[in-house]
Every structure is written in C-alpha cells, then in structure tokens.
Write a protein that binds this ligand. Structure first.
Ligand code: ADP
Length: 466
C-alpha cells in the first residue's frame, strides 16, 4: 500500500523520460510508479513529461489524472513566440508596462528592421547584441556581438539587445531562476516559489571579451565545465549557484530593500502569462512549472530573458538539492491531490467517467466530473439535485494564498480575482497592474505581500480565510 504522506493519496506516477528528482520525491512520499503491464490504462494520477503532450492526451484525461503541462504554452516558452507575443501586447497596451524585455528581432524575417535599429543606435553609441537560436536551450548556439559583420546564423534565431550593464557580485554576472507554477489558466492562478536559484558566470564580466561565454552566460550547463568553476570567486564562493535565500541575505547585508524588486518580478510574470492566457484551452487537471530567467541590471531593473518549458531539475550542487527538492514537494502539494484521487478504479467503475477535463472554448467556467461525491456528505448531495450529480461548476473561490514556499501572486487583490474568474478580463487586470506600478513609483508598495491576510495552517498548506 503506497500512501502519499501529506494527502493520504494512493498515488501513481506515470513517467516518460522525466527528471529523476520527481520520481525520487514522489517515491519518498509513498507514491508508486505506474506499470503499464500491471495496471489499467487509466490507473495513474500524475503523468510527468519533459516534452509536450499530444492534444488527444488532454482530451482523454480523467478526473484523478494530472499532467505537468498546460496545452499551448509554447507561446511563451519558445524564444520567437515569446518575442512575438510580447511585441503584440506592447503594441496593444503600450510600452509602459511591457518594458521588461530587451528589444528583440526574429531573424531572418525581421532582418531589415534589425538593420534599421542597429544603424540608428550605432549613431549614438555602439550597443551590444546577443544572438540565440529560437528553439535551443542551455546556452547552446548563443553568441554576443557588437559589429553586424559578426552576425552569422543558419537557423531561425532571435537577436536581442544585450543588457551590458548587469548587476555584478564581486565582478561576476548572474541571473535569477524564478520558479513559477501556473495552477490554472482559467481562472488564471499563479504561484511563485520563494526559493529560486541565482546562477553565476564563472569568469569576471568584461565587455572586451565578448567571446568568453564563461564571463557572459550564466547557464550552469556551460559554467560547470569552466576552468574556474571550483575556484573561490570572492563573495560568490565556489561553484556557480546560490539559493535565493542566500541572495536575500546578501541584499539585506547591503541594506537594500528587495521588496520593490520582487514586486516588479511578480508583475513581469503576470504580464508575460497574460500574453497567452486567453488562448490557452482550459484544462483544470494540468499544472505547469515554468522557469523564468530574470537578469537584474546595475540600476536594479529586472529584465525577462526567457521562459523555460521544462526547467532543469538535475542536481549539480547543494543549492540545487536544497531548492529543487523542496520545490517539487511543494508542487505536488499544489496539485491538491486528496485521498479520493486514490480511488481511481472504484470511481471509474461506478460512474464510467469518460468525460474529458479539457475545454477548448477557453471559457473559464469549468465543469468537472464530481469525483468528490464519493465522499460527499449525504445532505449536501441531496441539496444539489440530480443535474449537479453529473457535473459541478467550480465556485468562485479564492485560491490558497500559500502552499509550502509557493506564494500566490495572481490574483493579487479582489479586483484581479474578479477579473480572472469568468472570462479573463485582461483590460481590468492591466488597469490593476497600472495602479500597482503607479504606487510603486510613488514608493508605496501595495502588492499581495501587503494585503491583510489571516492564514490558517492545514495539512502543511496555508488557507486564506480573510
Ligand atoms: P538558453 O535558453 O539557451 O539558456 P537564454 O535566453 O536563457 O538562453 O540565455 C542564456 C544566458 O545568456 C542567460 O542566462 C544570460 O546569462 C545570458 N543572456 C541572454 N540574453 C541576454 C541579454 N539580452 N542580455 C544579457 N545577457 C543575456
């Protein structure tokens, strides 16, 4: 008998070339691995995959089954799609909010526009550019250039303005890996994990050596092979990673008030997700973990570099172990399994569930089969009547404020809660974000962190009660 130690679920994990860490965390919690030979086809709770699921896999989902990707999120996770979507939002809503991504061109299509911008900027001062293949990750194929004659590519690439004044620690460049969980797109519900990673380059930042990737890129996949990976590098220490807690302590030690920085990062996450949220089909059984890469410049402005589809869950060092193990545990808690999900077979036989949990009309009013009726008190069942026994409309509930180290960042107030519950009202949400940034500029932070909340601890989760 394998019971999840937190939820009491008899959990079954279906796995195809997923990260070993997920398997490890779930086995530790008492889950079992799904075995095609021994189990019914539908007899699993979580299907974890590094790559995308097929549309049919979304269509055939049963109430107790969860997938680790929402459909159609490529709109933010592929570099050219993200560039296009951010450009569209900027054009529609103005650049005052959407000013967090460096100017970008998709080549070869935008070559003429790039040339015009390159020539314009060159008259003032020679900026730097970074060229990245659109569908590669881990720093592969990336180079930085100043002179257009050094731009060479044989596949689709983006050329992005290079942020040449990054904030440095002991002379080393770094970026932040922020873990974002989209619990649902309809209604949009977003959590940011408090324990992300800080990823350093391993040679000192120097604009006169643009070819030195150990000085300009912060990818661990590159820096762990650098000659100075194990060397003590001033405040950075050995290796190339810090936990976010260590970064926070560092900021405190410099007397820097980090609150504004986190608020801006949280806004970046919301604004980026808003670019695709209306077009993502509703799938209440999907939960997705994104890796947002944020670079902070010397003026403390955070920039969005990219969004990762399947953020690396490999364990290279102690910081990885500390952060990623907790992250996956919290993610499973966010998936909100209950012991009832363990009654797969019984539920299936009793109700012959074949009702898809997938909805392509993007409506946020989701109907789900009522598996919870298996344990529902008789009185409540009576009150609902016969129609409600087939399906149940999700009530307008305020999602949990915090689950483990995941803090809800959207919706962040009553107005955004309302604007996201039925048809996603992007305009109303943008208005709220404008108010927020207006307050930020007037130095009066009023974000979710400042909302008065009464929390009640239950099963390791915090529940917002006011
Ligand atoms: P990949 O998916 O290959 O990791 P990224 O867009 O994350 O591609 O870029 C890799 C690294 O290059 C980043 O982690 C960062 O250190 C650096 N980088 C990327 N874009 C920029 C930029 N516009 N300005 C400065 N540094 C950048």
């Amino acid at each position: 008998f394998f019971l999840d130690k937190v939820s009491g679920l008899l959990g079954l994990l279906r796995f195809t070339v997923g990260p070993e860490l997920v398997r490890e965390v779930l086995l530790e919690r008492g889950w079992e691995e799904y075995d095609e030979g021994e189990r019914e086809e539908e007899d699993w709770n979580l299907y974890w995959r590094g790559s995308a699921f097929r549309t049919s896999e979304y269509h055939n989902l049963l109430p107790w089954q969860r997938l680790n990707h929402h459909p159609k999120t490529i709109g933010i996770t592929r570099k050219d799609c993200l560039a296009r979507n951010l450009r569209r939002m900027k054009a529609a809503l103005g650049s005052s909010l959407y000013d967090f991504s460096p100017t970008v061109f998709i080549l070869p299509n935008d070559y003429t526009r790039f040339l015009a911008e390159y020539n314009k900027l060159r008259l003032v001062r020679g900026p730097y550019w970074i060229c990245k293949p659109v569908d590669l990750s881990r720093g592969r194929g990336i180079f930085i250039f100043e002179d257009i004659r050094d731009l060479a590519y044989d596949c689709s690439v983006i050329v992005q303005r290079y942020i040449s004044n990054p904030l440095l620690i002991s002379g080393y460049k770094f970026d932040l890996r922020i873990y974002v969980c989209v619990k649902s797109f309809h209604p949009l519900t977003v959590y940011i994990h408090q324990e992300g990673l800080v990823r350093f380059s391993t040679e000192k930042y120097n604009l006169s050596s643009l070819h030195n990737l150990y000085a300009h890129l912060t990818n661990t996949s590159i820096n762990k092979f650098g000659p100075f990976y194990r060397t003590d590098k001033g405040k950075v220490g050995q290796g190339c990673k810090w936990t976010m807690s260590k970064f926070r302590h560092f900021l405190h030690s410099l007397d820097i008030n980090e609150l504004l920085l986190w608020q801006r990062i949280s806004n970046i996450v919301t604004l980026t997700l808003l670019t695709i949220a209306p077009s993502v089909p509703s799938c209440p059984n999907c939960v997705e973990l994104f890796g947002f890469d944020i670079l902070i410049d010397a003026k403390f402005k955070p920039w969005l570099l990219e969004v990762n589809y399947s953020p690396a869950l490999t364990l290279d060092c102690q910081a990885d172990i500390t952060v990623k193990k907790g992250l996956i545990g919290d993610l499973i808690d966010l998936m909100n399994y209950t012991a009832i999900d363990g009654l797969r077979e019984r539920a299936y036989q009793k109700h012959r569930y074949k009702q898809p949990c997938f909805n392509t009309n993007h409506a946020s009013h989701i109907s789900i089969p009522v598996i919870s009726q298996l344990k529902e008190p008789k009185l409540q069942r009576k009150r609902r009547g016969s129609k409600a026994q087939q399906t149940q409309t999700l009530p307008l509930l305020k999602p949990l404020r915090q689950v483990g180290d995941f803090i809800r960042t959207f919706p962040f107030n009553r107005a955004t809660l309302k604007a996201s519950q039925h048809k996603l009202d992007v305009t109303a949400i943008i208005q709220e974000l404008h108010k927020l940034t207006g307050h930020q500029h007037s130095d009066k932070p009023v974000t979710y962190m400042h909302m008065t909340l009464v929390t009640e601890r239950k099963n390791n989760n915090y529940i917002v009660t006011a």
